[in-house]
Design a protein around this ligand. Sequence first.
Ligand code: BG6
Ligand code: MG
Length: 222
Amino acid sequence: GMQVVLFDLDGVIADTAKYHFLAWKHLSEKIGVTIDEEFNEQLKGISRMESLERILELGQKSDQYSLVEKEKMADDKNELYIELIQTITPEDALPQIPQVLASLKDKEIKIGLASASKNGPLLLDLLGLTEFFDCIVDPTSVVAGKPAPDIFLKGSELLGVQPSQCVGIEDASAGVWAIKDAGMTAIAIGDVINLAHADKVLSSTCELTSNVITQVWHENHK
Ligand code: BG6
Ligand code: MG
């Protein structure tokens, strides 16, 4: 049966996607690039340096900066992001998330974090959710980021189960591709048009329960 649920963080466990967007918007404006919410969809699930690269490409400025300058920009963005998330408390977990985690624990289903963010452990601490996680995949330990399946495969490997025994939960298109390419069952949170490649799309975490997760897995393994 289903043994493991691997969670994305930003946009699934907490509404931090808006803080990533604000921090990138601030950085972009300083270098004369305008980004909007629609473009931001393409940054979801994508690593810090890769996100910067996409913003620079949008403004056709990729070759105007050295690697050192790019690293400084990424650091500045992260500094602002860390400032913005300081106000996060356990109240800021998205609806049902603490309940779902507790219910999965009760059912002895293992829980992993498969986030591209290097701030994952900090955020889980701010949210008071660290204790629920049996593993946090270090995004620097995998070579290829989402949409490659590596981070989800690493999660199943660390928890000692087959990919087919896992469900992944994502809000990003790139993340859903990663889950599906890993051979896992994908539940997406968000817009059904963006996320049609998932096995099931829920419009928000309000609809997420451990029973729904188990049912979607079973549907996929009949
Ligand atoms: C992903 C976010 O979870 O993590 C992206 O969806 C973000 O927006 C990426 O760029 C990397 O995060 P961080 O915190 O390491 O810059
Ligand atoms: Mg996300």
